[in-house]
Design a protein around this ligand. Structure first.
Ligand SMILES: [Zn+2]
Ligand SMILES: [Zn+2]
Length: 1018
């Protein structure tokens, strides 16, 4: 007996049961055990930032990772299943700062770095637990508890080793340059972190007058949207080849920018170069000794502003470059927190945004402001704390990329990217990226192992052991490789022997932490296997992950597969490619599955404050993990996913068709005592005569396996879903509907065929929907037949032969004809229960032998091929073209077209009234109605149904109506499917002509006359 199926799946309950059962029966461990020693499939997990609970965005990527790992496991591949956590750097710090109510770096320092580091670790530990819990609930199978943490000492040491090597090659340098800077976080931000961080913002737009020193009464007019940079002004730039003019009021501007203006004097830009002017804030101490002058610059735009550009080398990267070319002074107006230094007088302590209004007011008061307004533009924001970024000159540490760039491009060419355009984006990034800014002025992160000595020697420490060797103080208190403990370690300079050399205070870019993972977690160049050896430093007590030896690395590197969202092209995909090319000169992964963004179901980004963010917990409860997973998998990776309850509802409806099909088998299987055999799953039912429809379902099932296997090998889960949906439709709306009667009277071939098809469907969808699949497997396979493994995941991926393509194509055509026939009936308003005389089909190549099925499905007495009326549209002459050409013959051609007298002569050409007309000569109008017929067609097929209903057809139609009504009454009366009835029909009803038919269809033992229609249990 099969365990009966509930009418609809209750996902949350069913999923909780399966999770507990997987745990109790150690299904995942059994699976790993089975595959141990099998072929290797290496997946390296991109670390998730451990500062939050699981969200529906993260669940998308986790689902894809799980689907492919489950699929590969079903195919017998040995896998690592190691999950990773990103645990240090700004993301973690910003969250902890918020929780502690700290608002600046000064406050963190007052709070104490040791305590701050402990709080950061606590946050990571909390988040890791939450993420593991959520991921388990999602159904993700990983080696939980043996996760890698990027803040472990092992991970840090591997990055040290990398940096040392980069230094030995001469690629590491300290740069003095302008960078994007977050004033709240007090650190520079590197170019790859700016991806997607631009937002619309309104800034002040100021036109400011710079009086010329040697031309009394004349001045330059410049335009700026960053008033805070004006106190740092040192020059004004003109385009040397553009024309500038002096207006009557003495203001110099570019002529092109003011086309309606009258100018009293005109000069080339090159003639203005060298003119001296009075700066906007010369009275402040910081600016008083600066000589301001006009310089030439080819990049001055004639698209906005005045054509004269204010230059402040301390506040912008292009300005800074210009200062080197023209030997301009560099004035840095604001400190790390974005506040004015005290040399700026009354501005001292103001932030860049606070100062804007006051600067404008001050300029106005002094008669320097020409005009002021608002300006909307795209502006970069800090992606961790959402503060508007500024430009600042700072000393940062960089890795030079020029030498490694060609090798990166070469390595990228070996990677198989899905979707393919992601590879192109990586290529573009590699060609255009600048040097890698790796230093951040923060606290809880990778300590950069850089020890500069006063003698000029820069020592890079490559490991903890090296540090111990060089250390002269501080080793005894070194709890872990983090600040503040690492800062207390002093070393001896290997070049000059000076003692007390200290580390620079900066920490590293987080992408170094994640980029080293293919080395640090796989034991690259590690001499011996250390059990539990990854759980050291801050990671101690959080993980039992081993630190493998180099042999292990040889086996598992490079990864066969990695998968993350698109923004990771410039982040994780980039950083691990970069580090890997530096270390071993090849890509750390062979293939990538990337995917686009997630939005809400209406296409808007999800935001907590907009009320459209769906918490994962809520999604688990309201849709269920399987339905979420289906939604993720149904998404082509090159388009944004519109996630929500609306699509989930639609998925549940589709899933219910499959569920009901299994319910059908279970119900009748139990009534008829069907006993499935496990061996039927190997190749379909053997040793029994199958009907053509059974053979078709076997072929259709084989096609499903072939299609889903190819889709998964191509990394396209949406094709798995599409194949499964089409299969379920064929199974339910063709096979079961056409075979129903065979299940009412035990037909073994039908039962075995359907069971084979349903269970195979379960198997191929199991990576996507593991809960429903195992729920159904347990009670309809494992418990029902001997020799079956207890879980679908212990049953391997199905293997099938070549499906019978000819048979599949035949039935596909039959189904298409039936669909068109139904469409034709629908347009004529004839309901499906009403029998009709005939249908004519044109264009069918394969369906001729299935005339009986077509007749039954369309409820017609006769099916004819290549005869009957053809769908025709009204053809009209294109007067504009034909009028001039045909002249007087026009009316004759028009009349012939109206009568439909047009002969097709190929290529869309027609012969009409002796004239040849091309496709552009005629216009296609409305479809021509043909009395008594309804026609539907597509490119290949045309189906015409005779819609005339004579009295005999009308009577049969009413018999069908009666049968339908009686069967509804049976259901309403709660009768079993096998219960017999007595049917009472109103006296003298002409339907009694068909009483045998009615009895058979309603399971009536007899029909009695009566007042009104009624049934009674016999
Ligand atoms: Zn910030
Ligand atoms: Zn030295």
């Amino acid at each position: 007996m099969f365990r009966p199926l509930s009418p609809v799946p209750d996902h949350p309950t069913l999923e909780a049961e399966i999770l507990a059962w997987w745990e109790d029966h150690a299904i995942f461990e059994q699976l790993r055990q089975r595959n141990r020693g099998g072929p290797v499939w290496s997946f390296v997990d991109g670390p998730v930032t451990a500062n939050k609970t699981l969200g529906v965005h993260t669940a998308w990527g986790r689902t894809l990772k799980d689907v492919f790992q489950r699929y590969k496991a079903l195919r017998g591949f040995d896998q690592r299943y190691q999950n990773g956590f990103d645990c240090q750097g700004l993301w973690i710090e910003v969250g902890v700062e918020r929780e502690l109510g700290l608002n600046s770096k000064r406050e963190i320092e007052q709070y104490g770095l040791a305590e701050f580091a402990r709080k950061c670790r606590e946050k990571v530990a909390w988040s890791a637990e939450e993420l593991i819990r959520g991921s388990k609930r999602l159904g993700q199978w990983m080696d939980w508890g043996n996760d890698y943490y990027t803040f472990s000492d092992t991970n840090i040491e591997y990055i040290w080793r990398f940096l040392k090597l980069v230094h030995e090659r001469g690629w590491l340098y300290r740069g003095h340059r302008s960078t994007e800077w977050c004033p709240r976080c007090g650190t520079s931000i590197s170019a790859h972190e700016l991806v997607g961080s631009y937002e619309e913002r309104i800034d002040p737009s100021l036109f400011v007058r710079f009086p010329l020193l040697d031309r009394t009464g004349q001045s330059l007019t410049i335009w700026t949207t960053t008033p805070w940079t004006l106190p740092a002004n040192v020059a004004a730039a003109v385009h040397p080849d553009e024309e500038y003019g002096r207006k009557e009021d003495g203001e110099w501007v570019a002529v092109k920018r003011y086309p309606d203006e009258t100018f009293v004097e005109r000069r080339r830009g090159s003639e203005l170069i060298g003119w001296r002017y009075e700066g906007p804030f010369d009275h402040l101490p910081a600016a008083k000794d600066i000589e301001h002058r006009v310089i030439g610059w080819d990049e001055v735009s004639m698209d906005e502003g005045t054509g004269l550009v204010h230059i402040a080398p301390g506040c912008g990267s292009e300005d800074f470059e210009l200062s080197r070319v023209h030997d301009l002074p560099v004035v840095t107006p604001v400190d790390e927190a974005g506040r004015f230094y005290d040399r700026f007088g009354w501005l001292h302590g103001l932030s860049t945004s606070e100062s804007a209004e006051q600067i404008a007011a001050d300029l106005a008061e002094r008669g320097r402001l020409v005009a002021a307004g608002d300006y909307a533009h795209r502006y970069p924001f800090c992606w961790r704390c959402n503060t508007p970024l500024i430009f600042r000159i700072a000393d940062d540490w960089f890795i030079r990329v020029d030498e490694v760039r060609p090798r990166l491009l070469h390595a990228n060419a070996t990677i198989e990217w899905t979707p393919a355009y992601f590879g192109k984006r990586m290529d573009d990034w590699l060609r255009n990226m600048g040097d890698w800014n790796i230093s951040r002025r923060r606290y809880f992160g990778l300590p950069l192992p850089i020890y500069p000595c006063t003698c000029g020697q820069v020592t890079l420490v490559g490991s903890r052991a090296e540090l111990e060797e060089l250390a002269t103080a501080g080793m005894d208190q070194l709890e872990e490789l983090h600040r503040p403990w690492i800062d207390a370690v002093e070393i001896r300079c290997p070049a000059c022997g000076t003692e007390g050399v200290r580390r620079i205070p900066e920490i590293g870019d987080v992408w170094l932490d994640a980029g080293i993972v293919p080395f640090s977690t796989l034991g690259w160049q590690n001499p011996k296997w250390i059990e539990g050896g990854y759980g050291n430093g801050a990671a101690e007590g959080l993980t039992g992950a081993d630190l493998p030896d180099h042999g292990y690395w040889e086996t598992w590197f490079p990864a066969h597969w990695v998968s993350e969202m698109r923004e990771q092209i410039r982040l994780w995909f980039y950083s691990q490619l970069f580090m890997s090319v530096c270390l071993v000169d090849r890509s750390p992964f062979r293939s990538v599955l990337g995917y686009e963004k997630m939005l809400d179901e209406h296409g808007r980004p999800m935001h907590g404050s907009w009320g459209n963010l769906i918490p994962a917990e809520e999604a688990f409860e309201r849709m269920g993990a399987d339905v979420m997973r289906w939604q993720y998998c149904a998404q082509p990776p090159d388009r944004d996913l519109l996630f929500g309850y609306g699509p989930a509802h639609e998925i549940k409806r589709k899933l219910l068709t499959f569920w009901n099909s299994i319910g059908f088998l279970v119900t009748y299987g139990n009534i008829e005592g069907f006993r499935p055999t496990f061996t039927d799953l190997a190749a379909g039912p053997l040793g029994i005569e199958l009907r053509p429809l059974d053979r078709w379902l076997v072929a259709r099932t084989e096609q499903l396996v072939t299609d889903t296997t190819t889709a998964l090998e191509d990394q396209f889960t949406h094709r798995v879903i599409a194949a499964f949906e089409a299969f379920v439709d064929d199974l339910s709306n063709w096979y079961i509907r056409r075979s129903r009667r065979r299940f009412y009277a035990f037909d073994e071939a039908a039962f075995r065929t359907l069971w084979y098809a349903l269970v195979t469907g379960l198997r191929v969808i199991s990576p996507v929907m593991p809960f429903v699949s195992d729920h159904l497997w347990r009670n309809r396979v494992a418990d029902a037949c001997e020799g079956a493994p207890e879980s679908v995941f212990l049953a391997d991926w199905p293997e099938v032969g070549q499906p019978d393509e000819r048979l599949l194509a035949e039935i596909a055509e039959v189904r298409r004809i039936v669909e068109l026939g139904r469409e034709a009936r629908g347009t004529a308003g004839v309901k499906l229960r009403q029998p009709l005389r005939r249908v004519y089909v044109r264009g069918a190549r394969l369906a001729r032998e299935h005339a009986d099925e077509i007749a039954e499905e369309l409820r017609v007495d006769e099916v004819g091929f290549d005869q009957g009326p053809v769908a025709r549209v009204q053809l009209l002459p294109n007067l504009r073209v034909l009028g001039p050409r045909l002249g007087k013959k026009m009316p004759e051609v028009k009349a012939a077209l109206q009568r439909g007298e047009a002969e097709e002569i190929g290529d869309g050409h027609l012969r009409v009234a002796g004239e040849e007309l091309g496709p552009d000569d005629v216009l296609r109008g409305e479809r021509v109605e043909i009395a008594g017929w309804a026609i539907a067609d597509d490119i290949a097929l045309s189906v015409a149904i005779d819609t005339e209903i004579d009295p005999e057809l009308e009577l049969r139609g009413r018999v069908y109506d009666l049968i339908h009504t009686v069967n509804t009454m049976r259901k309403d009366a709660g009768l079993q499917l096998t219960d017999r009835i007595v049917l009472i029909l109103p006296d003298g009803d002409d339907l009694l002509h068909h009483q045998d038919w009615i009895k058979a269809e309603t399971l009536a033992t007899r029909i009695e006359p009566g007042e009104a229609l009624a049934i009674a249990k016999a």
